[in-house]
Design a protein around this ligand. Structure first.
Ligand SMILES: [Zn+2]
Length: 273
């Protein structure tokens, strides 16, 4: 049985041991997302400086493949704008991020990564930073459209209006709405289905069961961060296999697991597991 965690990081805590825990619990496939530049002790002055981050990430994911099947997602996190703007101002920082997204798109074209990650801040920002963040997100969608990949998005908390706004940006870029994956999604499966954006449900509490009660159009993730200062945050690496087992115990069948962990993943990323 395929069991997929759609969004996990490996950083400075358990590293590959986290993946071994995932595997021992029954996990088979994982999408590893690169972190903010600050996690790599890099202060980008140019979009090209992200290459160092992407190289390091891709190399790590290659190694991770010795444990489970692992795929790389390259992130230009929306919070980079706040970090970079302190030094470069908003406009120059946006340029750096757009260039970095272009480079991430090249990695996808070369088959070194399967998707990119963008979004907009989850915290309060000025109108100008908000407007600029939306422009960067639109640019990420245009790149994804060009290279034919999915975009994981990190955004403000879920609201129908907010998701619709983002869906409209995808339309503007000509990117299919289902190629936009809302990371850290609540179990609002029906709403997401109406809007078209694909939810990656954070496997907290009874989110997974609540999702299954509404249908099968979702992915599951832990957003495991692997940070020494926050061990086990957001959710531990064994969580997705555990939640899948819980679904089976509650009487959901393996067909449902196959849809969530394999068919949906294949459809949104355009890959074969
Ligand atoms: Zn994350």
């Amino acid at each position: 049985m395929i069991i997929t965690d759609n969004h996990m990081h490996l950083y400075n805590h358990l590293r590959f041991k986290a993946l071994k825990q995932f595997k021992d619990a029954g996990g088979t496939h994982v999408f590893l997302v690169s972190l903010l530049s600050t996690h790599y002790n890099i202060f980008p002055r140019d979009g090209r400086d992200f290459k160092q981050i992407f190289e390091e990430h891709v190399k790590m994911v290659k190694k991770a493949n010795e444990i489970v099947k692992a795929y790389a997602i390259l992130a230009v996190h929306p919070a980079e704008l706040t970090i970079l703007a302190r030094k470069f101002g908003v406009d120059k920082s946006a340029e750096i991020m757009k260039k970095a997204l272009e480079i991430a798109g090249k990695y996808v074209e070369e088959g070194k990564a399967v998707a990119i990650k963008s979004g907009r801040p989850h915290y309060d920002v000025s109108d100008y930073v908000w407007k600029t963040s939306n422009e960067i997100l639109l640019y990420a969608f245009e790149i994804a459209k060009d290279v034919g990949c999915a975009v994981q998005i990190h955004t403000e908390s879920f609201s129908k209006e907010g998701m619709l706004e983002i869906a409209n940006l995808a339309d503007k870029a000509g990117l299919k709405r289902e190629k936009v994956i809302k990371h850290f999604a609540p179990p609002a499966i029906r709403e997401f289905e109406e809007i078209g954006i694909f939810p990656s449900v954070i496997a907290m509490g009874d989110n997974v069961v609540k999702s299954a009660q509404q249908g099968d159009r979702f992915l599951i993730e832990t957003d495991y961060i692997d940070d020494k200062t926050r061990p086990g945050s957001v959710l531990g690496p064994k969580t997705v296999p555990r939640k899948i087992r819980e679904l089976l115990e509650r009487g959901y069948d393996e067909d449902l697991i196959n849809i969530i962990c394999k068919e949906n993943v294949e459809k949104v990323y355009g890959i074969i597991l």
